[in-house]
Design a protein around this ligand. Structure first.
Ligand code: ADP
Length: 396
């Protein structure tokens, strides 16, 4: 083996010993590539070889005793779908060779009209084309999956909007039609229900709008002195309807003096609302949620902010996937409606702040989402804008 040369394993399927010898000699002339050739005289023999060892390329004669024309192309492709194929034909078989290329062969060569350069070039082109095709197929598959995901999302969304609007409408009709007979408690209950549904519609649309802005690169962050407690309070007020309804105990573990961080307040509010609303959604009734700020163990100019719950938890295999977008764990689907948009949004926003959203969790034992942010320093006034990730640094 020559270490300076490219190594390629060729499976040559050719029943004519003279033609096979010629091809082998032409391949041996190559200075740049060392061809290791396995020669099969029959289609059945070639298929056996494929099952034993993968080739980098297959050269297939279209007239074999046990397989002729397109049917041999189909059989070889079935046996080795990942291996590029060049077909070898006689002078009068060009039409069938073209059909073989339509069938998925990368190229064809007319026997008797092949020299060393043509053969090696055809093999190299076939390899390149095959790789390109594989990349395009991969991309197409990804795009297709994403478009299916988005179609599902739109249908789930319409369903969820419809549900909430129906609840709101039902409660309003009840309030209107039974105005005089309804007790104050019942009225309060119905108003709460309306508020809850309006709030969840508003959360959903805020997330989707911002996700769209991030995906199209139109999300700008503007870090400034931001008191974390204020952001959290606003978010807790919005979500109180949900936490009260479930009888959740929410406690804060904050330092005595208020902590100001260097962050974009609106963007940070989205992060906080998503993490808090998840903690509420995925914690069963009467569970406990703690939101805390502690000094970062590595960098004293930073604080760690965490959201801890006693909820359903997340299995190890799901812990990365939940940040990728539109992904929901099996358990969470049984618990409540959702779209898998909030966490990716929170993660992107924190990345734009130079931070990372992490999670520690165990199924049935609860979850702890946490991230760090720089503590505001008055010197920051001189340079209030840290570098942001390219995805979020566009102006609106
Ligand atoms: P959504 O909650 O709307 O589905 P998110 O992007 O906020 O979307 O969360 C993605 C998934 O991560 C959720 O569907 C759920 O499976 C999981 N998850 C998020 N937060 C929690 C949590 N606190 N406890 C358990 N699972 C969670």
């Amino acid at each position: 083996m020559n270490p300076g040369k490219k190594q390629l394993h060729v499976l040559l399927v050719e029943d004519n010993p003279g033609d096979a010898r010629l091809i082998q000699e032409l391949l041996r002339e190559s200075n740049s590539t060392e061809f290791e050739i396995t020669h099969a005289m029959r289609l059945s023999e070639a298929i056996k070889e494929i099952s034993k060892r993968a080739a980098n390329i297959i050269l297939l004669d279209l007239k074999l005793p046990d397989g002729a024309g397109l049917s041999s192309v189909i059989q070889i492709q079935k046996a080795a779908p990942e291996v590029p194929l060049v077909v070898l034909t006689g002078l009068n078989d060009e039409e069938i060779a073209v059909r073989a290329v339509h069938q998925g062969a990368q190229d064809f060569l007319v026997k008797g009209h092949v020299d060393h350069n043509l053969l090696v070039r055809s093999i190299n082109y076939a390899l390149e084309r095959h790789q390109l095709l594989a990349r395009l197929n991969h991309r197409y598959k990804k795009e297709f999956e994403l478009s299916q995901l988005k179609t599902r999302l739109v249908s789930m969304l319409s369903h969820e909007f419809n549900n909430s609007l129906n609840v709101i409408q039902g409660a309003m009709i009840l309030l209107q039609e039974t105005e005089s007979k309804t007790t104050p408690e019942k009225k309060e209950y119905l108003y709460e229900m309306i508020k809850r549904n309006i709030q969840s519609l508003s959360n959903m649309s805020t997330n989707l709008l911002n996700m769209g802005r991030i995906e199209s690169g139109k999300f700008a962050i503007n870090p400034k002195k931001t008191e974390f407690g204020n952001i959290l309070k606003e978010s807790m007020d919005h979500l109180e309807i949900f936490s009260k309804n479930k009888g959740l105990d929410i406690s804060l573990n904050f330092p005595e003096t208020p902590v100001s961080v260097k962050a974009d307040p609106e963007a940070l509010a989205l992060v906080v609302t998503n993490l808090l609303s998840n903690a509420i959604k995925y914690t069963p009734d009467h569970g406990k949620i703690t939101i805390g700020i502690i000094p970062d163990s590595i960098n004293s100019n930073q604080v760690e902010i965490y959201f801890q719950d006693t909820g359903i938890g997340i299995a190890a295999e799901d812990r990365e996937k939940i940040f990728t977008g539109y992904y929901r764990t099996k358990n969470s689907k049984l618990t409540t409606m959702g779209f898998g948009v909030g966490l990716p949004l929170a993660k992107d926003i924190l990345e734009a702040h130079g931070s990372i959203l992490r999670v520690e969790s165990a199924p049935g034992k609860g979850s702890r989402f946490f991230f760090t942010l720089p503590v505001w320093n008055d010197k920051d006034l001189e340079n209030p804008f840290p570098s942001t990730t390219s995805r979020s640094s566009f102006e609106n």
